[in-house]
Design a protein around this ligand. Structure first.
Ligand code: TPP
Length: 600
């Protein structure tokens, strides 16, 4: 978000406290929502916040919820999410969501109170060196001990969070700085001499990339979350259709390219589609856009895409050649890169150099048709989690926003819902944070109140942060939650089945009990939500439709599903993508069709 646009020019210099200056700065920057919990050190800020007409404060039940809500808000809207906490335990409760936002490059600003400046370093009550603690998990952090600095630091924090490669910024403000008298005028000038993220790609590199694209026989567009951050879905589609190459979207990029598009092969990686994983593995050219060759995508790195030349475009130069050497590195904003690349490819085509991928498409389409995503029914007749999620996606539709927790349900939600639009899929990709879904869905719904927001959560994840449903009920945030309740820590159980001889050490959440424990319907009711339960395939659609009809309260649907379902395909951790399995001990049969790709 270009912060400068939100400046209101010409305000007079006004005397006020540091705390008032903080609230005014947030208002002037254009923030509209703060998720947080007060406490001693941040208390001065809560007093003027009480009077603000432009800032809505949402009182969460746990600071982790505030942080994930800020992330959900940012991911759904493209604006900076804001969370606030007191010093010590308030601040340390933000550590997980800050790390989560850092891994997924999400622009959030976390504001924490700090003990008075004279007490810093004395082990004062509720003192924690949150700047030190969050140094490696923030894009930048500030310790403010002088009230006069508050407007400038806030301006810089929002700018750093949202520009270049987005990320979390922490602003820790000593209590005495909040209480001290200061003057306020707006706008303020930023002092960031060393911070100049470069958005414009280098023309020579782009032309080189275009030449490789038209010469390639087996290219793949490997699209990551950076394309969504750059708001470049439309430009991506134009480029993809111009080139005509297969497209794969990572877990962080689901929705950046329509799932229904014939050029889409699906998601790569550990639980990616056979077509996407194999195309990446067998291609001769990777066009990587806003993506980082994460280990979950590459599998065993030394065996990844052995024949591929790599074009790697990213706004963060540190990503280029970090994991896989880039033959053509392009540093720049994904939207600018895509637009320039399309123009350069067009020039090549106009000069008579037409790409020809017909042979490659025969292979890709064959993999796509031969190995579609699917599942087998539960042997004990219980509800299939994949079926629940697929029906939810069909009924809620492609305009809804889906927010997942972490585990099997997250992978199924990525696989079995058809994402047709950008910003309709929000999840914790890099950190894999259980407990993400409910608070992130709350933040998404606050940011986009008109959107239908469904959290798809596991029963393990749900038990980590469901208390934010009370926040949702009180604050009028009617999210819907589908708890995919398999009674276990399913993803860990799956690994125990496959790699630990089915020894289920500490993954049975009910320790063998057959009762509902906890009873999610009663729990929902206790938190001011409507609770529903579905245990049979015949009731899936009616239950979802019933939930869809309730819009004056949050809804929790307890889908009681079988515990033995597994996520397939799978590339086991540390193994090569060549060893992808479509089911237990079942590898796809590639032998018949590989060989030289020749176009007719
Ligand atoms: C905070 C945190 N703790 C532990 C893990 C390790 N972990 C990954 S998936 C998973 C199980 C999740 O269980 P559940 O929410 O029930 O989802 P399911 O896999 O059954 O769909 C665990 C424990 C994690 N990712 N995050």
């Amino acid at each position: 978000m270009p912060i400068a646009r939100t400046y209101r020019k010409g305000s007079a210099v006004t005397e006020m406290s540091g705390a008032q200056s903080l609230v005014r700065s947030l208002e002037e920057i254009g923030a509209d929502v703060v998720f947080g919990i007060p406490g001693g050190a941040i208390l001065p800020a809560y007093d003027p916040l009480f009077d603000s007409q432009r800032l809505r404060h949402i009182l969460v039940r746990h600071e982790q919820g505030a942080g994930h809500a800020a992330t959900g808000y940012a991911q759904a809207t493209g604006r900076v999410g804001v969370c606030m906490a007191t010093s010590g335990p308030g601040a340390t409760n933000l550590v997980t969501p800050i790390a989560d936002a850092y891994m997924d490059s999400v622009p959030i600003v976390a504001i924490t109170g700090q003990v008075p400046s004279g007490a810093i370093g004395t082990d004062a009550f509720q003192e924690a060196d949150i700047c030190g603690i969050t140094m490696p998990i923030t894009k930048h952090n500030f310790l403010v001990q002088n009230a006069d600095e508050i407007p400038r630091v806030l301006t810089e924090a929002f700018h750093i969070a949202s520009s270049g490669r987005p990320g979390p910024v922490l602003v820790d403000i000593a209590k005495d700085a909040l209480q001290a008298p200061t003057t306020f005028s707006w706008p303020v000038e930023m002092q960031l001499p060393g911070y100049r993220p470069s958005a414009r790609p280098h023309g020579k590199q782009v032309r080189e990339a275009a030449r490789l694209i038209v010469d390639a026989k087996k290219p793949v567009l490997y699209v990551g979350g950076g394309v969504l951050k750059a708001r470049a879905a439309a430009e991506l589609r134009a480029l993809a259709e111009l080139i005509g190459a297969p497209v794969i979207t990572t877990l962080m990029a689901r929705g950046a390219f329509p799932d229904s598009h014939p050029q889409h092969l699906g998601m790569p990686g550990m639980h990616g589609s056979v077509a996407a994983v194999t195309a990446l593995q067998k291609c001769d050219l990777i066009i990587a856009l806003g993506t980082r060759f994460d280990d979950r995508v590459t599998g065993k790195l030394s065996t990844f895409a052995p024949d591929a030349t790599v074009i790697h475009a990213d706004i963060d130069p540190a990503e280029i050649s970090k994991n896989r050497n880039a033959d053509v590195p392009i540093v720049g904003d994904a939207r600018e890169v895509i637009v320039d690349l399309a123009a350069a490819v067009k020039s090549e085509m106009d000069a008579g150099r037409q790409p020809d991928y017909a042979g490659w498409w025969r292979l890709c389409n064959d993999w796509k048709n031969r190995y579609p995503l699917g599942w087998s029914e539960e042997s004990d007749g219980s509800l299939s989690p994949q079926q629940v999620i697929q029906h939810l996606g069909r009924i809620a539709g492609p305009e809804a926003v889906y927010v997942a927790g972490v585990g099997q349900h997250q992978m199924w939600a990525s696989q079995f819902i058809s994402y047709e639009n950008p910003y309709t899929w929000i999840n914790s990709g890099g950190l894999g944070t259980m407990g993400f879904a409910v608070p992130a869905a709350m933040g998404a719904k606050v940011g986009r109140p008109d959107a239908l927001v469904w959290a798809i959560d596991g029963d393990g994840c749900f038990q980590m942060t469901n208390q934010e449903l009370t926040t949702c009920a009180i604050e009028g945030i009617p999210i819907k939650v589908a708890v995919i309740n398999n009674g276990s820590l399913g993803m860990v159980r799956q690994w125990q089945t496959l790699f630990y001889g089915s020894r289920y050490s500490n993954t049975d959440l009910k320790a063998g009990r057959t009762t509902y424990l906890p009873d999610f319907v009663k729990l929902a009711d206790a938190m001011g939500c409507v609770g529903l339960r579905c245990e049979s395939a015949d009731d899936i659609d009616a239950t979802i439709e019933k939930a869809m009809g309730i819009n004056d309260a949050p809804v929790v649907v307890d889908f009681v599903v079988g515990k033995d379902a597994m996520v397939w395909p799978m590339v086991a951790a540390g193994t090569s993508n060549d060893d992808i399995k479509v089911a237990r001990d079942m590898a796809p049969d590639f032998d018949y069709e590989m060989g030289e790709v020749v176009s007719e």
